[in-house]
Design a protein around this ligand. Structure first.
Ligand SMILES: C[S@@+](CC[C@H](N)C(=O)[O-])C[C@H]1O[C@@H](n2cnc3c(N)ncnc32)[C@H](O)[C@@H]1O
Length: 313
């Protein structure tokens, strides 16, 4: 874990109170803590740093639940690598949604946060535009891969070509991309280990319908975002499912309840200040749809359309 992250960290278990974490370093190289412990100054809970990865879950012993199991399945990291970086791979088919989303990022932000970053494409895009960028995800495999990419700037991986045949891919980050100012941690987007107001560019892409309590996720994003001069890039396909969240927690897709109707309308209303849950209120600057792809094999792709908005305050 790079040292620049330390001043922004708080104990996720003590929320809504914010207490800083004390660092004990066992091994460090070039301002990167390889092995160590972060301990809450209040509850004394300890969060390990292992192989450079900070584990900042409120309950470090919890195992994946609900919809999270599918991200731990074999091959999922490689499928997300293709989805995030296919434009850099020279494949005949590409998914250019990352470029389209990157074009929605603020050009004046200083600190970026990418929630549910998977293998990190948008986090790297933020790092190219900000002084620092942080991605977080529940998946150890995704965070390990994103961190390796930041360190080595290249990765080999394979995907099914047809039947039992596989196709090899070599991913190299463009020379112009910054990686010195990027970090990836294991954290839960429902209890973020970051202090309030610390990011002026935040992103939540294709995540809202995957978490067990979508409103808590928006609340946390709002908490860590700066109260002014902040930009929020939000996108979701609104594939509500009881595997991820009980129906009473959905923010759309129902005919009754406070969030009946369309998810995109309800998220927009919440950001614009409905019931003053997310304050200060945001102004919607841009809306639209982007399609993104997941490769199954060389002749088969799943296409998902996400509705996005850019909110400013
Ligand atoms: C559909 S993927 C989207 C990944 C990436 N944002 C993108 O648009 O390609 C959802 C991601 O959210 C992560 N995730 C799901 N629930 C989470 C939680 N509670 N905290 C952190 N990450 C979570 C998953 O591990 C997965 O990487």
């Amino acid at each position: 874990m790079k040292r620049f992250l330390l001043p922004h960290l708080i104990c996720p278990a003590c929320l809504p109170k914010e207490y800083p974490l004390n660092l004990t370093t066992d091994r460090e190289a070039d301002n990167d803590i390889i092995t160590g412990t972060l301990a809450c100054t209040k509850c004394k809970r300890r969060f390990p740093i292992k192989e450079g990865i900070a584990h900042l879950l409120p309950d470090p012993d919890s195992s994946p639940a609900g919809a999270q199991w599918r991200y731990e399945e074999k091959g999922m990291t490689d499928r997300y690598l293709w989805s995030h970086y296919s434009d850099l791979l020279g494949d005949t088919v590409i998914d250019d949604s990352a470029i389209q989303w990157a074009n929605c990022l603020s050009r004046t932000a200083t600190a970026g946060f990418d929630a549910g970053c998977s293998v990190g494409r948008i986090t790297f895009e933020m790092a190219n535009r900000c002084d620092l960028a942080v991605g977080c995800d529940l998946s150890h495999g995704f965070i390990k891969t994103a961190r390796r990419l930041a360190q080595q700037r290249q990765l080999d991986f394979s995907l099914p070509l047809e039947g039992n045949l596989t196709e090899q891919f070599q991913l190299s980050l463009p020379a112009s991309w910054r990686t010195d100012n990027v970090e990836f941690v294991i954290a839960d987007v429902l209890r973020l280990p970051f202090s309030a107001n610390c990011f002026d560019q935040i992103a939540s892409l294709n995540l809202l319908d995957r978490v067990s309590y979508p409103l808590a996720h928006l609340f946390e994003m709002n908490r860590v975002a700066a109260p002014q001069n902040a930009s929020f890039l939000f996108a979701d396909p609104f594939s509500w499912s009881t595997t991820a969240a009980p129906e009473e927690h959905w923010l759309g897709g129902t005919t009754t309840g406070p969030y009946k109707g369309r998810g995109k309308d309800n998220v927009r209303a919440l950001l614009e200040g409905k019931e003053r849950i997310l304050v200060p209120a945001w102004t919607i600057a841009q809306t639209g749809t982007h399609a993104w792809k997941m490769r199954t094999h060389c002749n088969h792709y799943e296409v998902i359309t996400s509705e996005y908005l850019v909110a400013k305050r």
